[in-house]
Ligand binder design. Structure first.
Ligand code: NAD
Length: 251
């Protein structure tokens, strides 16, 4: 029912975790995929192989997306290779522990740069192409932290709250150009980002018990709603925040 044949998707942070799951699922639905990643070439090429195994074309582009030149390169290379960009999943991000009283300016800047500057750059270059095309699907990955805050991760929560505000702002701004802008806000997901904290079995159990569906999401649990937002089934959703968290935050 969802058919993305002929569509081109750019997935930032597409080499691993949620981004990898999105890349593979979008490819399975028929899209060619451009994987933006920061530096882990092995992870990017593994994901590229998985996309090709779905019978789709793939391109990998390295670069720190907080940097305007790197972000521009990602979109230029995508358009040069495939002629268009129909779907963008703005997924790149980091999550680092830092209580506010000991948080350094460097730690604050690092998170705002990776999560918010990169989101601005991604949306900026995506919108340039999509406005010309008069169509597009822009999907922003936020977090429950942006909805209800997160103790000892205030910089992260601030960046994700801003991602939600960006979704609503760009939903208003870009809707008249045929561009759908929506957001997926995951709760806990088992990825490299959270491996360390879930190594503690008691902590893991306490998190599972706190989630109404009693399980922690896999990356594929997030990729499904992303695929829906990338498809025409969601064409009347605009500026929406899909809470994909097993019921842990009902915002
Ligand atoms: P991950 O660490 O496995 O992957 C993050 C990806 O982002 C990597 O490919 C990394 O290279 C890329 N990235 C980070 N900074 C970048 C930059 N400046 N430029 C280019 N690429 C950059 O993490 P994940 O769990 O898959 O997280 C993906 C997204 O989902 C993030 O935005 C994260 O905040 C969000 N999220 C994750 C969870 C979770 O529990 N894992 C929960 C809520 C939201």
């Amino acid at each position: 029912m969802i058919d993305l044949k002929g569509k081109v998707a750019v997935v930032t942070g597409g080499s691993r975790g949620i981004g990898r799951a999105c890349s593979v699922l979008l490819a399975r639905a028929g899209a060619d995929v451009v994987i933006g990643y920061r530096g882990n070439e092995k992870a990017a090429s593994d994901t590229a192989v998985a996309v090709e195994a779905e019978g789709r074309r793939v391109l990998t582009v390295a670069g720190d997306l907080a940097d305007a030149e790197a972000a521009q390169l990602l979109f230029t290379r995508a358009r040069d290779a495939f002629g268009r960009v129909n779907i963008v999943v703005a997924n790149a991000g980091i999550w680092k522990h830092a209580p506010i009283d000991t948080m350094t300016t460097g730690q604050w800047r690092e998170t705002i740069s990776a999560n918010l500057d990169s989101l601005y750059q991604t949306c900026h270059f995506a919108a340039r192409i999509m406005k010309q095309q008069k169509s597009g699907k822009l999907i922003i990955i936020a977090s429950t932290a942006g909805q209800r805050g997160e103790a000892e991760y205030a910089h992260y929560a601030a960046s994700k709250g801003a991602a939600i505000a960006m979704t609503r702002s760009l939903g208003s701004e870009l809707g008249p150009y045929g561009i759908n802008v929506n957001c997926v806000a995951p709760g806990w997901v088992l990825t490299d980002m959270t491996t360390d904290v879930f190594e503690n079995p008691e902590f893991r159990q306490s998190i599972e018990q706190s989630i109404p569906v009693r399980r922690i999401a896999s990356p594929e649990d997030i990729a499904g709603p992303v695929l829906f937002l990338a498809s025409e089934l969601s064409r009347h959703l605009q500026g929406s925040i899909l809470s994909v968290n097993g019921g842990s935050v009902m915002a």
